[in-house]
Design a protein around this ligand. Structure first.
Ligand SMILES: Cc1cc2nc3c(=O)[nH]c(=O)nc-3n(C[C@H](O)[C@H](O)[C@H](O)COP(=O)(O)OP(=O)(O)OC[C@H]3O[C@@H](n4cnc5c(N)ncnc54)[C@H](O)[C@@H]3O)c2cc1C
Length: 431
């Protein structure tokens, strides 16, 4: 029983974290590490910074809270702003680590980093990778990955009928205190190449990153205001904090687990009441799982222009059209308002995302991967599977069996009948 290392990536929580639990069970001492990989802040193939300032700030907040919460479990979180290919092997050597525990990721960039790190460490190092981002664990779904249905309804119905959801794992502090003196502070925005900024007062997402803030949001949205009981009626809203749960950003970096949210919904249903709305939040979490399974099944096809359907369209990549879309200067005010909201806050509602993506891919026939890459850069809640899965879906190269195209004008009339949302974001640019 030596020292185990937990390498945190998109699982920035101390509770209900399988890697933390396994490391604590199997070791006398446990060390945690988070690495701000410079690759996360470089430009991508389309010229966008892979992570823009909004998510960078949220990430810093998340890691800061993780450090405090792990400390309460007698685990030190070491934080570096350097290549993991250097950091992890050094730590393994310095602390005589025999086993590294981490959440299993399967997408290209995450895998590449891990493969490179593994080449730099002693062969005997053990790697314990655990799937820990799902509501339905891969061992608890009623199909092999290769047979995951490509239509959401089939997937959902089978999971609901034959699948099971695990209980969240509670962890107690390690009895051995092995906290190390912190030599490296957590990087700040300027260390990652950003200027400090004020949050736009109009934002629908005024929240901070971190496990405790996720729990606070559940407390507020579920218990204090009972908004969960109205979720199905409000979820297509556009303005303010309460039309939807806003849990996506914490889910994306793993500050909260979907199992914990599910457990809380079940408690709420018992104490306050079950209805269509309480069910619908779980329904949406199953969408989240669905795109993760689609990405597991189809691998790198989710990043390819033909998507998982290998469809050939004549996509354009007109730079002026892309710029107009990004800057909210198209001839569709509803698209513009949503795009300005994204640029000013890092947030956009689900209704907005569907419309701007449909406009981009179906109306302007622009290469959907450029739109997806821009979202990846800006979104506070960027999640590789949800982003590329939804983009493929809207662009007609993914899982939409009906291959729909949004009528932007009628969507604006239906969801923003008094132009309140459009006025909120377009007013300042009118003058
Ligand atoms: C083009 C496009 C790109 C998107 N990119 C992302 C992304 O990078 N990250 C991301 O988390 N979501 C993405 N979504 C899905 C969805 O828009 C957001 O999850 C949702 O708006 C987040 O707000 P919320 O937490 O208040 O959601 P709620 O309505 O409260 O839903 C609860 C949770 O269910 C999940 N969920 C809801 N809708 C979807 C969906 N369509 N697909 C997958 N999961 C869903 C989310 O985890 C969400 O937090 C995208 C949608 C589109 C159309």
């Amino acid at each position: 029983m030596g020292t185990g290392l937990v390498w945190f990536r998109n699982d920035l929580r101390s509770q209900d974290n399988v890697s933390v639990k396994k490391a604590m069970d199997q070791n006398e001492y446990v060390l945690g590490v988070y690495v701000f990989d410079p690759k996360m802040f470089e430009s991508d193939a389309f010229g966008f910074k892979k992570t823009e300032k909004y998510r960078a700030k949220f990430l810093i907040e998340s890691v800061s809270e993780l450090r405090k919460n792990l400390e309460a479990l007698n685990i030190t979180l070491l934080v570096y702003s350097e290549n993991p290919e250097i950091v992890i092997p050094n730590l393994i050597e310095e602390h005589g680590i025999a086993t590294v525990f981490l959440q299993k990721e399967w997408t290209k960039e995450e895998q590449e980093v891990l493969i490179n790190v593994k080449q730099e460490v002693p062969k005997a190092t053990e790697w314990v990778e655990s799937y820990d981002q799902f509501l339905y664990h891969p061992e608890d779904i009623p199909f092999e990955i290769a047979n995951v249905p490509n239509v959401f309804t089939n997937f959902r119905k089978k999971c609901e009928k034959y699948g099971s959801i695990r209980k969240p794992i509670g962890v107690e502090p390690l009895s051995n205190k092995n906290l190390l003196a912190q030599t490296k502070p957590i990087p700040q925005l300027k260390d990652l190449g950003f200027d400090a900024f004020e949050t736009d007062t109009r934002t629908a997402f005024p929240f901070r990153g971190g496990e405790n803030h996720a729990i606070e949001r559940i407390q507020q949205y579920f218990w204090d205001t009972k908004k969960l009981s109205y979720y199905k009626k409000t979820r297509n809203g556009l303005i303010g904090t309460d039309y939807s749960s806003k849990l996506s950003a914490w889910l994306a970096n793993g500050s909260i687990s979907p199992r914990t949210i599910y457990e809380e919904v079940k408690k709420y249903e018992q104490r306050i009441g079950k209805n269509d709305s309480t069910y619908w939040l779980v329904f949406e979490l199953i969408w989240r799982d669905f795109f993760k399974y689609i990405s597991l099944k189809h691998g790198n096809d989710i990043f390819k222009i033909g998507g998982i359907l290998h469809k050939e369209y004549d996509w354009k990549s007109d730079k002026d059209l892309v710029d107009q879309w990004i800057h909210g200067k198209t001839d569709e005010p509803f698209v513009n308002a949503n795009m300005i909201e994204l640029m000013e806050t890092g947030w956009m509602s689900n209704r907005g995302r569907q419309n701007v993506a449909s406009f981009f891919a179906k109306e302007q026939e622009l290469d959907w991967r450029i739109g997806a890459a821009y979202f990846e850069s800006l979104l506070l809640d960027y999640d590789v599977h949800s982003n590329y899965g939804n983009w493929m879906y809207v662009a007609g190269v993914g899982n939409d069996p009906r291959d729909r195209k949004f009528n932007i004008k009628s969507q604006a009339e239906r969801y923003d009948p008094n132009q309140k949302f459009q006025n909120l974001w377009l007013q300042t640019t009118l003058f």
